[in-house]
Design a protein around this ligand. Structure first.
Ligand code: UD1
Ligand code: CA
Length: 462
């Protein structure tokens, strides 16, 4: 039974010159995941027995991107064409009995179901080769599918090699093929490079299969939205748009309100609870998890963070590697840096920055504060402009603040320092020593009023 599990070969060794990028094309992100990993994730969904990525000169970067995914990497030392790339998987596939699905790594939009149907067609037709096609309104750039009088696929002709008649064909090759390893590699050995590009074309498999008496079957993708190959940044943006549309639709179906789905940006690996509302321009990145009944407002960007149920992230917040408890209110324009942890019901207002600090339940910092490297209890109030002075120019130090303490406006807490529970720090104080429980810590000069000063200075009012 297991022997019928497919192997997936993903071709990812091309130069990707049309991207004009230092980053390998295949590693450009799409909805928060490198393009290549969309194909690898699909292999998981297909329960593939093996996944083989053919990587080129950038194989180190590709290897790094694939850490944690169960994938074998084969090297193609020079990008001599897609057939040459597929050949590199030969030894990795030795002993593999199931079907082999070869796919271009620059087609990130396939659904698992489409590959399942292609594999099913291959099985049902018991053919030597099955491939995916699509009918496109604008087929330019793709290889065209040639069929004989009976509608059987006879060959694929690349655009550069196509005559005017073939160029008018709107049925295109999508670069996904199924064959048994034995047939695949025997046929690949026969591919030459006599074409406009002087490359070994995988598409020659069709003609070779036919010439050697084999049968070729083609499946057309139902949704042309799956057909897009990404060669340049215009197609990258189009792929992103299509994928975003799918992701957003899925969240709406699960009970999340997207006020303007065209302008809501949710990475593939995020989660959102029902009845949450995302405003235009909200972005959830890198596995961010938002609970139910939350409100994420315009321009709020959340990366690798968690937001508890019922919380409200107001416009223009940047939240990174942070945890926001339930029923919190954050922003507008708050900055939560890595390691910020807000307990339930906290309030963090405008121009407040929090880093590597834990705030207990119900603690508030409503305006203009910096809280860094601090352990803060529950029910603490930071008045406007209160600051933890965590850095002495060389080292970072921690500040500890007990439950229900009050830190007045523009107070500086010079760390390391402790403010005990229910203590008060007077506004404007620069605190360098502990303030005991329930005490008032005040560190400022006593006020002196100089009567009649103005008149002495400037003369009587006229
Ligand atoms: C290819 C197909 C074309 C099809 C289109 C679908 C060939 C000859 N043409 O054209 O019929 O319509 O895909 O998008 O196959 N690669 C390697 N090594 C190489 C060359 C390419 O690994 O030496 C990889 C690339 O990284 C890429 C994939 O193969 O993921 C396709 O290569 P690309 O150059 O983009 O082929 P297209 O011109 O798009
Ligand atoms: Ca391509």
């Amino acid at each position: 039974m297991n022997s019928e599990k497919p192997a997936l070969v993903i071709l990812a060794a091309g130069r990707g010159t049309r991207m004009r990028s230092q980053l390998p094309k295949i590693l450009h992100p799409l909805c928060g995941r490198p393009m290549l990993l969309h194909s690898v994730a699909l292999a998981r969904e297909l329960d593939a027995e093996r996944v083989i990525v053919v990587a080129g000169s950038e194989s180190e970067a590709i290897e790094a991107a694939l850490v944690g995914w169960d994938v074998e990497i084969c090297r193609q030392s020079e990008p001599l064409g897609t057939a040459h790339a597929a050949l590199q998987a030969r030894s990795a596939l030795s002993g593999h009995e199931g079907p082999v699905l070869v796919t271009n790594g620059d087609h990130p939009l396939y659904r698992a179901q489409t590959f399942r149907e292609l594999l099913e067609l291959f099985r049902a037709e018991s053919c030597e080769l099955a491939l995916l096609t699509a009918e496109l309104p604008d087929p330019s750039g793709y290889g065209r599918i040639l069929r004989d009088g009976e509608g059987r696929v006879t060959s694929i002709v690349e655009e550069r090699d196509a005559d005017a008649g073939a160029r008018r064909i709107r049925e295109v090759n999508l670069g996904a093929y199924v064959a048994r390893a034995e047939h695949l590699f025997t046929a690949l050995d026969k591919v030459g490079d006599d074409n406009a590009k002087g490359e070994f074309y995988l598409t020659d498999l069709v003609e070779i299969t036919r010439r050697t008496g084999g049968r070729v079957a083609a499946a057309e993708v139902g949704d042309p939205g799956e057909a897009l190959g990404v060669n340049d940044r215009v197609q990258l943006a189009e792929a992103e748009r299509l994928l975003r549309g799918r992701i957003n639709r899925q969240w709406m179906e699960r009970g999340v309100t997207l006020v303007d789905p065209e302008h809501t940006y949710i990475d593939v690996d995020c989660e959102i609870g029902p009845d949450s509302v995302l405003a235009p321009g909200a972005q959830l990145k890198r596995g961010t998890r938002v609970g139910a009944d939350c409100r994420i407002d315009a321009g709020a960007v959340l990366e690798a963070s968690e937001v508890g149920a019922g919380s409200w992230i107001k416009p223009h917040c940047w939240v990174e590697e942070s945890r926001v408890g339930p029923e919190c209110i954050v922003g507008p324009s708050a900055h939560l840096r890595p390691g910020a942890e807000l307990g339930p019901g906290c309030r963090v207002g405008n121009y407040v920055e929090i880093k590597n600090s834990k705030l207990g339940a119900g603690t508030k910092a409503d305006h203009l504060s910096y809280i860094g490297d601090a352990d803060v209890g529950a029910g603490v109030t930071f008045a406007c402009g209160a600051v933890t002075v965590n850095y002495d120019g060389r080292d970072k130090h921690r500040t500890t603040i007990g439950d229900d303490a009050f830190v007045g406006c523009n107070a500086n807490l010079i760390a390391p320092v402790t403010i005990e529970p229910r203590a008060f720090v007077a506004a404007g104080s620069t605190i360098t020593a502990p303030v005991p429980a329930g005490a008032l810590g005040v560190e400022r000069a006593r006020q002196r009023n100089v009567e009649g000063w103005r008149e002495r200075k400037f003369g009587p009012e006229t």
